[in-house]
Design a protein around this ligand. Structure first.
Ligand code: GDP
Ligand code: MG
Length: 798
């Protein structure tokens, strides 16, 4: 009996909930659990939803949903009281009511011990052989496709379960192209098997796993029978079965259905998954289709979710993927929705977008993404004994070089080096233009306005503030240009793959590496790039250590200090600083890894084929990042540079030198206030003021110190040549070498900058994380700078 057929007032006990994973999960959360009693409060023939009472709560379910719940009614229990031998043995003194209750529970228990299992797989993977050997049937087995044309059912007892096995026709996929495919799909949805056994031909695993990725989309409870395992062994290939199961989110059981090896284990696993005995055995994963497709899928899914009707029958993610693929069958399903028009319009837009970016339709892009997923999963688990055929595809040829065990790292490092070199050399030109433009604009505006604080605010606060943001835009865009090329061509996936093992040693994933490297350019886009990391833990830890990667904004400070204090070997000093950042990042990853809750589930690192990236896609990615940088960060940086300007400008001391003004301004006052806290590091208040200004942006450190160190009303303005040497000379005259070293260390490590702070908040979704991280960086900075100062004193005594 199904729940939807119960009349008002009737009671029943739940046997099982059918349907896909997220639907079952939702119902279980509502209390629809096996063995629980449910009563119909109101079920009128034309009424939808139906009202139920379960474990003391009233809930309403749509008729569609109630159809997916199997129950035992009191009437059925009464019948069982007469016919079931078990129940006839009940003690005679039991009251009518108690007898009925016992019968209900007994029948529900018994029925839940019958499991419906469907065999799904490619033609010729051995489904019928498995079916025969398990059920004792003698269906025709043939070594050619199309032998099984409709579903055959067989029943057998296994342990104390009754298993109904359904042998379905072989299909390569679950698209709606062939009658077999449609048939299998309908069968999976309509007869709702409790467990799907995905039979996979181990000797032809790559092609077979394509169907598996579609089963994953459908979110059905699946166990994989890795059949023909004998052939895999015979070839000498090896496969990490457990790891593959982990990656795919389903248990994988090696079987040989010719002689029955592994079949009992297969059904034991089926029962475990059915009983949800071990949560580690099966989990719901998403096949990652890459950022662009996932964006399209997400958009359609959100629209489909708005409409509740289909949610019980289909996983909305599956519907969205199929709808995006323009699957004919699903088209019919979606066409029944009121927002069909909107949905088709959205799909057309997304399809156009994908076409523009990837040069292929969404449908074939999805196929490619699924194969990239399979490639990634197999690259981690499957080892061929030997290449039986020569490398033929371009992808194979390129991979032979770039993932070669000796060449992979050198190529990778060389590429990265080139990217950075290009970013900063090419970036220097637009940077100069922007700097020139900002100065020019400041001068013009300055000429037009009357002297006074408003003019100073506009010129020194707003224009200079915006300028300090704009100046990094070329760097960020060029860096992203290269990153996009590496990503879209397919190289980035290999890079992540190459460093994956290494990154695991510090508790991170291969995908953490690229954001870390980008941190050397600018922490902000680096933190934004962590979005591609699936594991929450890896993502948080990666975000936390990126600030230790010395960004380009800190470089001028190091150059200036290294030039002044270590003139013999400034490059070594610079390298040392960068290395210190890296070492601390690694140590922090190890430490923080212990504190972040571990959701360390493995995920597949997709390996897409190499492809010529399209100009449009590259441009779009690059521009997108540039825009994000401007939008999210510009406002904050602007506000803070105005604030820092304000703190340095007020209270006014007209007629005094700029240096005097700086010293007696708010920021000077605060700088002097924090002096005792930083004195153990050897810093003077002028350095402290520089550090305070650096909270807004690291570029402000030098320009601020240029002001505080100014003598005779002369200002030293940062990175020129002559001014530089003046500021350097002033520093050398007043700052001990050990303190200078400590200062470099402190600048490297302390509070990244406001923009990074905001990025951390945005990406982690919590102010707490951002604040905690800042406190952490300041603490680390203080301790390291202190150590540097003390050690420095041993070498360069005062
Ligand atoms: P179906 O199309 O999926 O139903 O596959 P069949 O059960 O008809 O099997 C196809 C062929 O594979 C038959 O010749 C079987 O004997 C053979 N076969 C099935 N399972 C195995 C196995 O585990 N190992 C080997 N070596 N051959 C198998
Ligand atoms: Mg068959």
């Amino acid at each position: 009996m199904i729940l939807a057929d119960l009349q008002t007032g009737e009671k029943a006990v739940i046997v099982r909930v059918h349907g896909h994973g997220s639907f079952r999960k939702r119902l279980i959360e509502m209390g629809f659990i096996r063995g629980k009693e449910v009563r119909v409060v109101l079920n009128a023939p034309l009424r939808d939803p139906i009202e139920y009472e379960i474990i003391g709560y009233k809930v309403s379910l749509r008729r569609e949903e109630a159809r997916l719940i199997e129950v035992v009614t009191e009437a059925e229990a009464r019948e069982a009281l007469v016919s079931d031998e078990h129940l006839q043995g009940l003690p005679a003194e039991l009251e009518e009511r108690a007898r009925l209750e016992t019968a209900l529970v007994h029948v529900a228990e018994e029925r839940s011990h019958s499991i419906r299992v469907a065999l799904v797989g490619n033609p010729n993977c051995g489904k019928t052989s498995l079916f025969n050997i398990a059920s004792g049937a003698h269906e025709h087995v043939g070594n050619y496709s199309g032998v099984t044309v409709d579903a055959k059912e067989g029943r057998f007892k296994f342990k104390d379960y009754e298993i109904t096995l359904v042998d379905l026709p072989g299909t390569y996929s679950l698209s709606a192209y062939s009658p077999e495919e449609l048939y299998v799909r309908k069968n999976l949805l309509e007869t709702a098997p409790d467990i799907v056994v995905n039979v996979v031909d181990a000797s032809n695993i790559e092609r077979n796993l394509y169907l598996t990725t579609q089963l994953i989309d459908m979110n059905l409870r699946t166990v994989m029978a890795l059949n023909m395992y004998d052939e895999l062994e015979h070839k000498g290939d090896t496969l990490d079965v457990k790891q593959l199961g982990w990656l795919l989110g389903m248990p994988v059981c090696p079987t040989v259905s010719r002689d029955g090896r592994g079949i009992p284990e297969l059904f034991e696993t089926v029962i475990k998954v059915y009983e949800q005995a071990d949560p580690k055995l099966a989990r719901h994963i998403h096949v990652n289709h890459g950022a662009e497709l996932e964006q399209s899928i997400g958009r359609l899914q959100a629209m489909l979710k708005e409409h509740g009707d289909l949610r019980s029958e289909y996983s909305t993610r599956y519907l969205a993927i199929k709808f995006l693929e323009a699957d004919r069958d699903i088209e019919g399903v979606v066409a029944s929705l009121p927002q069909y028009g909107q949905l088709t319009k959205a799909r057309e837009e997304e399809d156009e977008r994908i076409k523009g970016l990837m040069g292929t339709s969404a449908e074939s892009a999805i196929v490619d993404a699924k194969y990239a997923f399979i490639q990634g999963a197999l690259a981690e688990t499957y080892k061929k004994y030997q290449e039986e055929r020569p490398r033929r595809t371009l992808t194979d040829k390129i991979d032979a070089v770039v993932t070669n065990q000796w060449l992979a790292f050198p190529i990778f490092v060389l590429l990265l080096w080139f990217v950075f070199w290009a970013t900063f050399t090419i970036g220097q030109y637009p940077m100069d233009w922007i700097e020139w433009g900002v100065t020019w604009l400041g001068d013009r505006v300055g000429d037009l306005m009357r002297d006074g604080w408003i003019k100073d605010l506009v010129v020194d606060g707003v224009i200079a503030g915006v300028g300090s943001v704009l100046v990094f835009l070329p760097n960020i865009m060029i860096l992203y240009l290269f990153i996009s090329i590496m990503e879209d061509s397919g190289y980035m996936a290999r890079a992540a793959f190459i460093v994956d093992k290494l990154m695991h040693r510090i508790g991170l994933h291969g995908k953490s590496f690229i954001p870390m490297v980008m941190g050397f350019g600018c922490n902000v886009p680096a933190i934004m790039a962590t979005r591609s990391i699936e594991s929450r833990k890896s993502r948080l830890v990666t975000i936390a250590i990126i600030p230790f990667m010395s960004c380009a904004g800190r470089l001028p400070i190091f150059v200036l200090f290294a030039g002044a204090f270590f003139p013999e070997n400034p490059a070594t000093a610079l390298l040392g600083i960068y290395l210190l950042g890296i070492v601390l990042a690694i140590l922090s990853a190890l430490v923080l890894g212990k504190f972040v809750k571990d959701d360390d589930l493995p995920f597949v690192m997709e390996l897409p084929p190499y492809r010529m990236p399209t100009g449009k896609a590259i441009w779009r990615h690059t521009w997108e990042k540039g825009r994000q940088y401007l939008e999210k960060m510009a406002t904050t940086i602007l506000i803070f540079s105005v604030a820092i300007w304000f703190l340095g400008y007020f209270p006014r001391h007209e007629g005094e030198t700029t240096a005097y003004q700086q010293e007696h301004s708010y920021i000077g006052t605060v700088g002097k206030a924090v002096e005792p806290a930083l004195a153990p590091l050897g810093f003077n208040w002028k350095m402290d003021v520089g550090l305070l200004a650096g909270i807004g942006a690291k570029e402000l450190v030098i320009s601020t110190m240029g002001v505080t160190y100014a003598q005779d009303g002369e200002e030293y303005e940062g990175m020129g040549t002559e001014e530089d040497t003046q500021l350097q000379a002033a520093l050398k005259a007043t700052v001990p070498t050990a303190a200078a070293l400590a200062f470099m260390v402190f600048v490297l490590l302390y509070f990244p900058c406001i923009a990074t702070f905001v990025a951390i908040k945005n990406e982690t979704g919590s102010w707490w994380w951002a604040i905690l991280l800042c406190l952490y960086t300041i603490l680390v900075a203080w301790l390291c700078a202190f150590a540097a100062f003390r050690l420095g004193l041993l070498i360069w005594p005062l």
